[in-house]
Structures are given as structure tokens and as C-alpha cells.
Design a protein. Structure first.
Length: 434
């Protein structure tokens, strides 16, 4: 097991597989792991143009994250592991990806750990998985209809259904069975939930209210790559993906460690398992008048992000904001930012630099008391604090008109604030020119 496990919080001498009560009754306390969206061997995007990028580390990041998931399952002595879809990232041309997954599942099987998984939109039509024999103890739930697996020794019932095709738009959970009386019921589901627009397609939609009313104690969801505890009564959880793949999948990625005690779910804790991390850093240069001062401010923010990565490789996109007299001279700053990152750590890379600063001069324009000043103030306000109504309508009005998948998740058009800020700068510059 990797040395990274030494830093995991909450490791205790008494693990999840506690002794059973006399007479074969349910375990008083068990733990299980909930993971989703492994996207094994999916390429990490964003550093292709950097000749110094850690190509091998990036290429193997999703595999190392899965190894860490298995390590954690063994260390915590969990009763079972749930995988809520998208183990793979499409139909891979060879068996290498599937064999690696099989080897990791075999580690769990040898330790007596069961695995329950479903297919999501990315692996629904994967030919490799249909011909790859998985170890005993790994149960891939079918796509024809929801299936229930009862684990009476644990006091658990797992319900789930795989995707039969990539573009499942029906509400699958409506067909999920009723809760099994006397057991803790877990729903395994790949779904967008109520999300509209954004980088994740609207597959198998359902509502929080529907999940809550269904009577299960825990909904183990997948598809959304950001971790979110939607509800705690009952527990409705997206664990996020296991490994971030680009700069729009930032922060600690991993799985959720769930504790069941006395017939109810009592905790759902995030465990970071990623091998390589992504970050977005916004640095306000307002009032700074020299390049040295700007670089010092940026270096401080880079250092904080590096500390938060905990020794992992880190790629960051730096966004410079604020009104500054340096606005026109910032375009040539990228190479210096790269050097600042390399000085901090050999594991730190700059994925990109976005210049969203504005000249200090438009402040004088906005201070005018005439109609031109009022217009300048209104433009600045809209860019800095876009109305909620505009943000809500953005996907439908613009992105909703494009075929699904037209724009990659990292495309700036997914960020209305970025587009508005650019429009602000152009308009204010034109107004100032007269």
C-alpha cells in the first residue's frame, strides 16, 4: 500500500469489519466505499503544449487513483465497494484498461470484499467489459431492469440498474424496487439529478424529492464529477470523480467512506485519492503598480495552492483580475509565472494564464456624472456580479442551442462570467476611445 495512506484522517484500530453479534445477527457497525466516474485511462488534458509536463505521471493518474481506492478499502476493512458508473471512458480498442481494472478487483476479491457496480453513459457500450470476465465477488448490475442484491449478513440491500445505451434520458429510478423491510436500502444510480446545462449531459434525470420519497437510506449517485452531499436525510451523495482530468475538475478528488451503525447511515466522509490535482487561482492585482509586486502576490497564491495539494503533482490555471496600470503589460507574464511555479516545486505546472484585468483608466470613466458614466458603471456591474436570472438562462440560451458535446468541458463559453468580463473590457475600451 502507498505511503499516502499514512496521511489519511480517521484511520482507527477498529475497522469496518467488526465482529458479528451472536447467532449470525447483523454487524453492529459496517463501512462501505462509494466511488463513481473512474474514467480509467482517460487522458488528462491541458498540459499537452508544455514540453516539461509530467507525461508519464499524467498518463497513469487514473490508474493510481484506482489503486488507492483499493488500498483504502483494505485498510478500512470495508464490507463492500460501490461504483456508480463510468468505470471506463468509452470503447477502448484493447484489453489493457479492462485487465487493469480486473486486477484491482481481484485484490478486493482475495480480501473478501464484494463490489457492486453499474454502467454509466461512458461505459454502457464498452465492448471490452462485455467479454472480460471479472473476479468472483464483483457484481455488475444489469441494464434490463433494476436488480436488488440482499446482504442479510450485513443488514444491507443494494438496488441498481446499468445504462443500456449512452443516451439514457428516461427516469430510471422510478422503476427501482420498494425498500426491503428490516434492511438498510442503498440505491446505486447514474444520473444528472436535477442539473440543467453545464458540462454533464442530462442523462437519467430525477429529482431530489423523488429520491427522498422512495424510502432508501442512502443514494449512491454517479455522473456529476464534483463531490456533493445533496441531502443527509436520506443521504443523497455524489462522490465526484476519482481523479480530476482537466482544469474544470479542480480540488481533492476521491471517494466517500460511509458508516452504517445500528441500522442507519451515520456518516459519509470524503477521502482524497487523486494522484494529480488541478486548481484555478484568481489573483486580484488591483492597486499594484509594479511587475515585482504582481509576481510576489501571484507567488503567494501559488504557494498556498501547492500546500493544499499535499505533495501531489499540481497544474493550475491562474486568472489575473482587478483594475491595474499593469493591464497592458501582463500578456508577457506567462513565462515568468511558469518559472515562479517551478521555483516552488518540480511538481507544479501552469496550465494557463487568463488576463481578466482591466485598465485603471475606466474607473475615471465610470466616475463621470453623465450618461456615458452611467453606462460604464452598469457594464462593470453586470460583468462583476451577473444577475442570477442571466446565469440561469445561459445554458439554455447559448449552450442549449449547440449539439451535446460540441464544446469541451474546459471551453470558456461554459463560464458566463468570463464572457461578460471580456465584453465589459471591449465596451469600456470603445467608450473611452469615444
Amino acid at each position: 500500500m502507498g505511503l499516502w495512506l499514512r496521511n489519511l484522517p480517521g484511520l482507527r484500530a477498529a475497522r469496518g469489519g467488526l465482529a458479528a453479534m451472536a447467532g449470525g445477527a447483523h454487524l453492529t457497525t459496517i463501512r462501505f466505499l462509494h466511488a463513481a466516474d473512474l474514467h480509467l485511462d482517460s487522458p488528462l488534458r491541458g498540459l499537452e503544449a508544455d514540453p516539461g509536463a509530467p507525461v508519464e505521471q499524467i498518463r497513469g493518474a487514473t490508474r493510481r487513483a484506482l489503486e488507492r481506492l483499493v488500498d483504502l478499502a483494505l485498510v478500512e476493512d470495508v464490507a463492500f465497494v460501490l461504483i456508480a458508473g463510468d468505470i471506463y471512458d468509452g470503447d477502448w480498442p484493447d484489453y489493457g484498461t479492462g485487465l487493469f481494472f480486473g486486477h484491482q478487483m481481484a485484490r478486493l476479491a482475495r480480501a473478501g470484499k464484494r463490489v457492486f457496480a453499474i454502467r454509466g453513459n461512458h461505459d454502457a457500450q464498452n465492448r471490452i467489459t462485455r467479454s472480460l470476465r471479472l473476479p468472483d465477488g464483483v457484481r455488475l448490475l444489469p441494464a434490463r431492469r433494476p436488480e436488488t442484491v440482499e446482504l442479510p449478513d450485513l443488514g444491507i440491500a443494494v438496488h441498481g440498474q446499468s445504462f443500456a445505451a449512452q443516451d439514457v434520458t428516461d427516469n430510471l429510478m422510478r422503476a427501482y424496487p420498494k425498500p426491503v423491510a428490516g434492511l438498510v436500502n442503498i440505491g446505486l444510480l447514474h444520473t444528472c439529478l436535477e442539473q440543467v446545462g453545464g458540462p454533464h449531459p442530462r442523462y437519467a434525470p430525477c429529482t431530489r424529492a423523488e429520491l427522498t420519497a422512495h424510502g432508501y437510506e442512502y443514494w449512491a449517485l454517479g455522473h456529476i464529477h464534483a463531490r456533493e452531499v445533496v441531502c443527509e436525510n436520506p443521504w443523497i451523495v455524489f462522490p465526484g470523480n476519482l481523479q480530476g482530468r482537466h482544469v474544470n475538475e479542480t480540488g481533492a478528488k476521491g471517494a466517500t467512506l460511509v458508516t452504517v451503525a445500528e441500522g442507519r447511515v451515520v456518516a459519509a466522509e470524503h477521502r482524497a485519492l487523486d494522484d494529480f490535482r488541478w486548481a484555478r487561482l484568481s489573483v486580484d492585482l488591483t492597486g499594484l503598480e509594479t511587475e515585482e509586486a504582481a509576481l510576489a502576490e501571484i507567488a503567494t497564491r501559488l504557494g498556498v495552492a501547492l500546500d493544499a495539494a499535499g505533495g501531489r503533482g499540481l497544474a493550475a490555471r491562474v486568472t489575473l483580475t482587478g483594475a491595474t496600470i499593469l493591464h497592458g503589460a501582463l500578456a508577457g507574464l506567462r513565462e515568468k509565472l511558469v518559472n515562479e511555479a517551478r521555483m516552488l516545486s518540480a511538481l507544479f505546472w501552469i496550465e494557463g494564464v487568463e488576463i481578466r484585468t482591466r485598465p485603471a483608466r475606466p474607473a475615471a470613466l465610470a466616475a463621470r456624472g453623465d450618461a456615458l458614466g452611467a453606462l460604464a458603471r452598469r457594464i462593470a456591474t453586470l460583468a462583476e456580479a451577473p444577475p442570477e436570472a442571466l446565469l440561469a438562462e445561459w445554458p439554455a440560451q447559448l449552450l442549449g442551442r449547440l449539439p451535446p458535446g460540441t464544446l469541451p468541458p474546459e471551453h470558456p463559453l461554459h463560464d458566463p462570467a468570463q464572457v461578460l468580463a471580456r465584453a465589459r473590457d471591449l465596451l469600456l475600451a470603445r467608450l473611452e476611445e469615444g
